[in-house]
Design a protein around this ligand. Structure first.
Ligand code: HEM
Length: 489
């Protein structure tokens, strides 16, 4: 077995003893971020478990993860060939596929540049500082209206159900130049079914590691395949409409800009990376998928925390009232003046750690970490939850306390503390949507807190238990909101 051969001078990885066939699956349990945090206390910040027959290295601790993903970034930049990943974006995903380093790098660069251009593009009127701000402010206004309409009709609402449509519309605007109504069944059917996606691709799903399980009937796996098929079909239809109406002199959105790149490349005799048009235009699938599920999960958690901590909700509203006022909408440039809101968002990221692990990594060559030998092609889990709850880094880590990110007088954000929170990964595979995500969570939340007061349905206790997955969601629930008084528009 690969791991039996340890080169001279290096040590064998510590870890729990695996059982035959299933390995350490039982110890992993249904909340692997907690069980692996416990194991790190026993075995250290780098250890090995076995899931089925496959060894998996687990990294924890800010320093160890930094060492692996930044200082030895190349060695840890791969993705493992996990069973479930082959269904994502038809096996051609930028985030989940085992693309060779050159192809992945070229696609990542293209994706970053497309995202950057279409978020920073000028808005349609000077009232908006950029296209991203325009999309979020318009969707934020629709969302406030939608929630008050639903409140009037049904006297409560499911926060995720509505937030996800608004967030999907922002990325739809940038990727496809269009938006959908809150009752659009095509979009709703797609975005409201994203739970199974996260459940299957979350780190440590036994189906990925124990081949025999693939042959057992599984409702979750069937739903997962269905979601991926529907997702790809939805995007393929939009992409083919774009091909039919493509005009080189009028690049409307990210899809057009990727098509344009394919056209340019055909003329470029020096281009040395071989990539199909499908792999280029398919990038839009990743951007759309990553762009709505993560942000809507984060925002939905934010609303839950507002309801769970009414005194913090009032402080946030007061801050908006003092710094922005109530007679204009908040904008991106207000962000530095709203430190309590920024601290609240950082504390949601830290406390919920709703992406408890990054997407699994894989070593690209034989390497070593902290004196331990790690062979090429080893699957690596990065435990972000552990870093965000490490008592070495945080005082009372299980307490929800945004003040930990504020100066003693509450007027300034402690930027260095904020940088310790890990939700976007780090190094070569770090999230490429981070800036957009941070701006989007901030601006949607500022708009919501300025205009609405959220509260629980009397008699219905708030359930903050996360459901494990790549993105952890709270259970679907009903909440209430009341419109705050406002002088003008
Ligand atoms: C990767 C977090 C929003 C696009 C990732 C990773 C994490 C993450 C943890 C994996 C890093 C790793 O494997 O080491 C988040 C969070 C978000 C968010 C918490 C929102 C709050 C977005 C948005 C987009 C995006 C808005 C695009 C529009 C991507 C892509 C990757 C990625 C394409 C794969 C990068 C690669 O494999 O090279 N994100 N993300 N994400 N994210 Fe995000």
């Amino acid at each position: 077995f690969l791991h039996n051969e340890v080169p001279a001078g290096l040590r064998r990885l510590p870890g729990p003893k695996p059982l035959p066939i299933i390995g350490n699956v039982l110890e992993l349990g249904s909340r692997p971020y907690l069980s692996l945090t416990e194991m790190a206390k026993r075995y250290g910040h780098v250890f090995q478990i076995q899931i089925g027959m496959r060894p998996v290295v687990v990294l924890s601790g800010n320093e160890m993860v930094r060492q692996a993903l930044i200082k030895q970034g190349e060695d840890f930049a791969g993705r493992p060939d996990l069973y479930s990943f082959q269904f994502v974006n038809d096996g051609k995903s930028l985030a989940f596929s085992t693309d060779q380093a050159g192809v992945w790098r070229a696609r990542r660069k293209l994706a970053m540049s497309a995202l950057r251009s279409f978020s920073t593009l000028e808005g349609t009127s000077p009232e908006y500082s950029c296209m991203l701000e325009e999309h979020i402010r318009k969707e934020g206004d629709y969302l406030v209206k939608q929630l008050t309409d639903v409140m009037e009709a049904d006297s409560s609402f499911d926060p995720f159900r509505h937030i996800v449509v608004s967030v999907a519309n922002v990325i739809c605007g940038m990727c496809f130049g269009r938006r959908y109504g809150h009752e659009d069944q095509e979009l709703l059917g797609l975005v409201n079914l994203s739970d199974e996606f996260g459940k299957v691709v979350g780190s440590g799903n036994p189906v990925d590691f124990i081949p025999v399980l693939r042959f057992l009937p599984s409702v979750t796996m069937k739903k997962f395949r269905d979601i991926n098929t529907r997702f790809t079909a939805f995007i393929q239809k939009i992409v083919s409409d774009h091909y039919n109406t493509y005009d080189k002199d009028n690049i409307r959105d990210i899809t057009d800009s990727l098509i344009d790149h394919c056209e340019d490349r055909k003329l470029d005799e020096n281009s040395n990376i071989q990539m199909s048009d499908e792999k280029i235009v398919g990038i839009v699938n990743d951007l759309f998928g990553a762009g709505f599920d993560t942000i809507s999960t984060g925002l939905s958690w934010a609303v839950m925390y507002l309801v769970a901590h009414p005194e913090i909700q009032e402080r946030l509203h007061q801050e908006l009232k003092d710094k922005v006022g109530l007679d204009r909408s908040p904008v991106l440039s207000d962000k530095p003046n709203l430190p309590i809101l920024e601290a609240f968002i950082l504390e949601i990221f830290r406390h919920s750690s709703f992406l408890p692990f990054t997407i699994p990594h894989c070593t690209t060559k034989n390497t070593s970490l902290d004196g331990y030998f790690i062979p090429k092609d080893t699957c690596v889990f990065i435990n972000q939850w552990q870093i965000n709850h490490d008592p070495e880094l945080w005082k009372e880590p299980s307490t929800f306390n945004p003040d930990r990110f504020l100066s003693a007088d509450g007027t300034e954000l402690k930027k260095l503390e904020g940088e310790k929170v890990m939700v976007f990964g780090m190094g070569k595979r770090r999230c490429i949507g981070e800036l957009i995500a941070r701006n989007e969570v901030y601006l949607f939340l500022a708009i919501l807190v300025q205009r609405l007061h959220f509260h629980a349905v009397p008699g219905e206790p708030l359930d903050m238990t996360p459901e494990y997955g790549l993105t952890m969601k709270h259970k679907r629930c009903q909440l209430r909101a009341t419109l705050r008084t406002r002088t003008t528009k």
